[in-house]
Design a protein around this ligand. Structure first.
Ligand SMILES: Cc1cc2nc3c(=O)[nH]c(=O)nc-3n(C[C@H](O)[C@H](O)[C@H](O)COP(=O)(O)OP(=O)(O)OC[C@H]3O[C@@H](n4cnc5c(N)ncnc54)[C@H](O)[C@@H]3O)c2cc1C
Length: 434
């Protein structure tokens, strides 16, 4: 058996190492800490959680809970470690962060098939390799990856706007239309505001509490103004910027004072991105602000706006849903660098990459997880979303194919749960039979 190299001992890399060793492959895991630290990591431990200590909801009718349940079918290292270090946190899976990453480190260090090398990798290694160096990939490797794909491919994406589930938008108030086009079938959903509504929105925006930026983040934002920063420049700045109403009348008699636009974010049109709404407002403040917008009173925010350094590749150009490169079947990428977003999502992509690396090494074809599962829907998004305007994505129900008939929200969630769990179990059986 050839040795598999894994670059990066974060969440994705650790999960990938465990999954490959479990399948009897020798693994060399290269982790640059403690010789070199990223801007956010603070310990030498593998699988360090850089910020929150929550792995989110456990409920199976919640997209994050269902996602984890699917991962559990494959004996996930990250979820095993979380289970043994969990803290009481209602429906959420919160962990003692130190014990959690120590557990991962001990498991990998004591595995006879895994060797851990504490070194920074600066060039693209030959396969078999899984690159999982995360959103804070060191700059020399980032440059090597850019060269490998023969173009400037890695983004420094430091501002994200909230994403809303389409079925939670009130289309009695909002309407579809592209600016200056007559038909009402556009790519954008418009939320119109009269003066009073705009004044209310504006004062909420100014009052909102913003997240404190870490030192390393402050210099990144010059060219990418958050919406609250724009608002600080004057009351009409937004009305002449991203909220300008011209060309967006619903009909001749309609004269909105300002319009918030939402742009479709996936091909299935189940998710919409708030245009020009990059923000560092704290999540509860963002929720309050979004719910104050006419038509978005009950909006489900599937991803909150955020601002921090995030290095990721335009994966739809380079990866199939197995996280394998089109360029070389023995080169895989995993984790946040592929555009998945979140602790558990990153770990899952490491797991999927490892399951498929094992298959390649055994001369078997790669497998794509079923699209009705959360794992399959997210990996499908990474591979098949827009090549030109690719944006990071977390696990959410908007990625799943909608049921054919209309259903109430709670029924739909149960439908997603049952459909996904049946599919993942059948998929697992198929996988182990081969
Ligand atoms: C500031 C910040 C806060 C975040 N907060 C959250 C949060 O609260 N909740 C959430 O769900 N997600 C959060 N994320 C997003 C994401 O879930 C995490 O970044 C997650 O750790 C990504 O997992 P990963 O395995 O892809 O990368 P990482 O966990 O970062 O692992 C990558 C590893 O690669 C190593 N490495 C980098 N370059 C090299 C190299 N050249 N050679 C060798 N090793 C290298 C790094 O040291 C690191 O250990 C946050 C991201 C950032 C940047």
């Amino acid at each position: 058996m050839k040795e598999v190299h894994i670059i990066g001992g974060g969440l994705a890399g650790s999960e990938a190492a465990y999954q490959l060793a479990k399948r009897n492959h020798k693994v060399i895991l290269h982790e640059m800490r403690p010789t070199k630290y990223s801007e956010a990591h603070n310990t030498p431990n593998l699988g360090e959680l850089v910020c929150s200590n929550s792995l989110k909801s456990e409920s199976l009718t919640n997209s994050k809970g269902l996602f984890k349940e699917e991962m559990r079918q494959f004996d996930s290292l990250i979820l095993n470690a979380a289970e043994s270090t969990r803290l009481k946190a209602g429906q959420a899976l919160a962990v003692d962060r130190d014990l959690f990453s120590k557990k991962i480190t001990e498991t990998l260090e004591s595995h006879p098939l895994i060797t851990i090398k504490r070194e920074e990798i600066k060039t693209m290694p030959e396969g078999p390799v899984i690159v999982a160096t995360g959103p804070l990939t060191s700059s020399s490797l980032k440059e090597a990856i850019e060269k490998y794909f023969d173009e400037t491919t890695l983004y420094f994406y430091d501002a994200m706007a909230p994403i809303i589930a389409q079925d939670s938008i009130d289309m009695n108030i909002c309407y579809k239309k592209n600016r200056w086009e007559d038909d009402m079938l556009g790519d954008y959903i418009n939320c119109p505001m009269n003066k009073e509504e705009y004044d209310h929105f504006f004062s909420q925006l100014l009052e909102g509490d913003t997240a404190v930026l870490r030192d390393f983040e402050t210099h990144l934002f010059d060219g990418c103004m958050p919406i609250e920063g724009m608002a600080n420049r004057g009351k009409d700045t937004l009305r002449f910027g991203p909220l300008k109403p011209v060309g967006l009348r619903r009909d001749e008699t309609h004269k909105p004072y300002a319009v918030i636009q939402l742009r479709k974010d996936n091909a299935a049109e189940t998710l919409y991105n708030m245009v020009g709404f990059q923000t560092r407002l704290k999540f509860p403040e963002q929720k309050k602000l979004v719910h104050s917008i006419p038509g978005l009173e009950n909006a489900e925010i599937v991803r909150y706006g955020q601002m921090h350094r995030n290095t990721y590749m335009p994966s739809p150009k380079y990866l199939n849903p197995a996280f394998q490169t089109y360029k070389d079947p023995l080169v895989f990428f995993a984790g946040q660098i592929t555009g998945v977003e979140g602790y558990v999502e990153s770990s899952a992509s490491g797991m999927i990459a490892a399951i498929n690396m094992d298959r390649v090494l055994r001369d078997k074809p790669v497998v794509f997880f079923p699209e009705v599962t959360m794992l399959g829907a997210l990996s499908g998004y990474i591979s098949r979303a827009s090549k030109d305007n690719f944006q990071p994505m977390n696990a959410n129900f908007g990625l799943l194919p909608s049921p054919e008939e209309k259903m109430k929200k709670d029924i739909k969630r149960k439908f997603y749960r049952d459909r996904s769990l049946n599919a993942i179990k059948a998929f697992k059986e198929m996988l182990y039979e081969q």
